[in-house]
Design a binder for this molecule. Structure first.
Ligand code: PGA
Length: 265
């Protein structure tokens, strides 16, 4: 038992995967797991983040799942509304398609796709204004960790965007995902102790920004798999997981969700 009153989130980040036929199979398998051995809503929130092109089809196919499994966009435009922005999907259009959640600030977007702090701030502003819940990702590089500035970097990434997040947003529309970059897709997980230590610092930082900070879910991401989920779930300030590679397998993802849910029962 973690002792936390925050219901954990387990979110699958499918990144630029998979083709539609595999997504369909995944969803059917996942539904079967939930049917055979339910995970209660009050034990764990569940969500998947497919590619933009699959968002609505995934959502429709999950509609008749034995319980709610939310659909999350992997990104959102920094521009609002509708208009001449070729290739973009605004928060307005996500909300219009009943997509209520969005990942913002994933390290792959920061490093490869030009998401600077200003861009992230604009994206968060748009998403929050449209009522979306933001899963804001933060995390340090290996070099920064070795230099002993990991905590500073992570807290700065939160401060970079905090001016556009109100008390009410912290209360209802914000989730943080701590993902050390050196642990993403590498098979190297931060030890549960290291992850917990960073989560504790993030929690303290959030509490300084807002009284609601105490209740914000802080997820861990970076090579989470069934083998390490239990240990991570047992940490008091780890309120769920953002899962990349292991979320592409329905059974692994289900097992990770089970580990976090079991901790709440
Ligand atoms: P990983 O990815 O689980 O494959 O390390 C996590 C993420 O990038 O969100």
């Amino acid at each position: 038992m973690s002792g936390s009153t925050i219901v954990p989130w387990v979110i699958g980040n499918w990144k630029m995967n998979p083709a539609w036929a595999s997504s369909q199979q995944w969803i059917e398998q996942f539904k079967q797991h939930l049917q055979q051995s339910p995970i209660l809503e009050q034990q764990c929130h569940l969500a998947v983040a497919p590619t933009a092109i699959a968002l609505n089809r995934v959502q429709v196919q999950l509609d008749n799942a034995p319980r709610t499994v939310h659909t999350v966009a992997q990104d959102v435009s920094r521009f609002s509304g509708t208009g001449a922005f070729t290739g973009e999907i605004s928060a307005t259009l996500l909300a219009d398609s009943q997509i209520g959640y969005v990942l913002i600030g994933h390290s792959e977007r920061r490093e490869l796709l030009g998401d600077t702090p200003d861009v992230l701030k604009a994206k968060i502003t748009q998403a929050l204004a449209e009522g979306l819940t933001v899963i804001y990702c933060v995390g340090e590089t290996l070099e920064q960790r070795e230099q002993g500035v990991a905590e500073q970097v992570v807290l700065q990434q939160i401060c970079d965007v905090a001016t556009v997040i109100s008390e009410q947003h912290w209360q209802n529309q914000m989730i943080i995902a701590y993902e050390p970059i050196w642990a993403i897709g590498t098979g190297k997980t931060a030890s549960a102790q290291d992850a917990q230590a960073m989560h504790e610092k993030i929690r303290a930082g959030l509490a300084q920004l807002s009284p609601a900070g105490q209740q914000v879910a802080i997820l861990y991401g970076g090579s989470v798999k069934p083998e390490n989920a239990q240990e991570l779930a047992a940490c008091p300030d780890i309120n769920g997981a953002l899962v990349g590679g292991a979320s592409l397998n329905a059974e692994s993802f289900y097992q990770i969700a089970q580990a976090f849910a079991a901790n709440q029962s």
